[in-house]
Design a protein around this ligand. Structure first.
Ligand code: PLP
Length: 463
């Protein structure tokens, strides 16, 4: 560019971002932009718009990580170009993934951790798809060996996360979900076994049920399935959805038996980006034994160089989350994970005591026997002039995101509110939340909702 031309545009380049001509007009939203923008201008527009998303650390509805070590930010940056599928190009990233698989197999007490099978995924949902597929394939060979039709597979579960509904619909498996009943909000061995037959591909207990946070009784369900096998010969495997609990129980409650110590547990999934403390985008699925993962599900590709086995729904996938997971394993070890999670349990218990003291709430779960969370409803027969939906709405004005929702089938009448206590949520932040809940209640006392809905009228999240 000639010098005199550069001088012509110089003032434009030196413009303050907010004084730039480009930013004095509305930028295109839905039509593909015709012209370029300066990077810093484009960045600022986006940065400003993202402010409206709210503050992730005040999001007490999510199970996912919202606080990460500065070192993890660095690792994510260094790994931005690494593709998990290119195991030949990034052999060390692949090696790190393999180490994580073995470390998890060891953490989950695999009898033969060095020889186990497993892989990273995008999250527990993909991990559930892979675990479910392996169960379906194994069932198919079992039922075919009996000379019977393999056309009516079913899967038995408690009140599960939506990924299992997806699995069943996407892969044509009948879903046998145990409805809640009265005070029982999780699976029991009797209810599970009642729904099992020769077409049952497996039973899925959840370690950390989405609605309440409670652990389902894996060991008791396994014992009941042992008894069923003795009586009928049916050998039904267990896959544990340990999305949250898989990264909690081994550290905080190592004597609690839920994992590969139970012979019937054939596979386990967990979300690295939940209590595994890794950034968003990593889950894990581990099989007890190589033979539990049917060979036909593994594809071998050679077009990246080498002969790479792959079992995943996606092909290309970012590597930074997996490397960050490995960083956490090294940085924290069992000791570090235990300390972080224990602090969260203590805060959850503290919060539930404070909320109970307010007098109008019934604590349904306080973090004991499940994940570091708490869950409450309004006391029966009470009408404080607002519903939990109103309270949730009002808390939003201080930036808090506290989910209010109804329970799944048979207990849709029960509306609850839930708070997840995660890494990075300090006791002080807890006190700020408690103060705000009290202020909201006070506000509703003086400004009752025009026509407070009954819990049922308020409806809400339908399963
Ligand atoms: C979060 C969760 C899932 C889904 O996991 P993602 O990692 O978000 O895909 C599955 N099951 C349970 C019990 C969960 O809590």
């Amino acid at each position: 560019m000639a010098l005199h031309e550069r001088n012509k545009i110089k003032p434009n380049i030196e413009d303050d971002v907010y004084a730039a001509a480009d930013l004095s007009v509305s930028i295109p939203k839905y039509k593909f932009p015709a012209k370029e923008e300066l990077p810093r201008n484009a960045y600022e527009i986006i940065h400003d718009e993202l402010m409206m998303d709210g503050n992730a650390r005040q999001n007490l509805a999510t199970f996912c990580q919202t606080w990460l070590d500065p070192e993890i930010h660095k690792i994510m940056d260094e790994c931005v170009d690494k593709n998990m599928i290119d195991k030949d190009e990034y052999p060390q990233t692949a090696e790190i993934e393999a180490r994580c698989v073995h470390m998890l197999a060891d953490l989950w007490n695999s009898p033969n951790a060095a020889n186990t099978m497993g892989c990273s995924t995008t999250g527990s949902s993909e991990a559930a798809m892979l675990g479910g597929l392996a169960m379906k394939w194994r069932w198919r060979s079992r039922i075919k060996a009996k000379g019977k039709a393999a056309d009516k597979p079913n899967l038995v579960m408690g009140p599960v996360q939506v990924c299992w509904h997806k699995f069943c619909r996407y892969w044509d498996v009948e879903i046998r979900e145990i409805p809640m009943g009265g005070e029982r909000l999780i699976m029991t061995p009797e209810e599970a076994v009642k729904r099992c037959d020769e077409n049952t591909i497996g039973v899925v207990p959840t370690l950390g049920v989405t609605y309440t946070g409670q652990y389902e009784p894996v060991k008791e369900v396994a014992d009941a399935l042992d008894a069923l096998q003795k009586k009928t010969g049916l050998d039904i495997p267990i896959h544990v959805d340990g999305a949250s609990g898989g990264f909690l129980a081994p550290f905080v409650d190592p004597k609690f038996v839920w994992d590969f110590r139970i012979p019937r547990v054939q596979s386990i999934n967990a979300s690295g980006h939940k209590f595994g403390l890794a950034p968003l985008g990593v889950g894990w699925v581990i099989w007890r034994d190589k033979s539990d993962l049917p060979e036909e599900l593994i594809f071998k590709v050679n077009y990246l160089g080498g002969d790479m086995p792959t079992f995943a729904l996606n092909f290309s996938r970012p590597g930074g989350q997996i490397v960050s997971q490995y960083y956490n394993f090294l940085r924290l070890g069992k000791e570090g994970y235990r300390k972080i999670h224990q602090a969260c349990y203590d805060t959850a218990l503290y919060l539930s005591q404070e909320i109970e003291k307010m007098g109008i709430f019934k604590i349904l779960y306080n973090g004991k026997g499940g994940i570091p969370a708490l869950c409450w409803s309004l006391k029966e027969g009470i009408n404080p002039g607002f519903t939990l939906y109103d309270l949730s709405d009002r808390l939003r004005s201080r930036g808090w995101q506290v989910a209010a929702y109804s329970m799944p089938p048979k207990r849709e009448d029960l509306i609850v509110q839930r708070v997840l206590v995660r890494h990075g949520f300090s006791r002080d932040m807890g006190d700020l939340l408690i103060g705000d809940i009290k202020r909201c209640i006070e506000y509703f006392k003086n400004n009752p909702v025009a026509k407070p809905l009954t819990q049922q009228e308020a409806g809400g999240y339908k399963h």
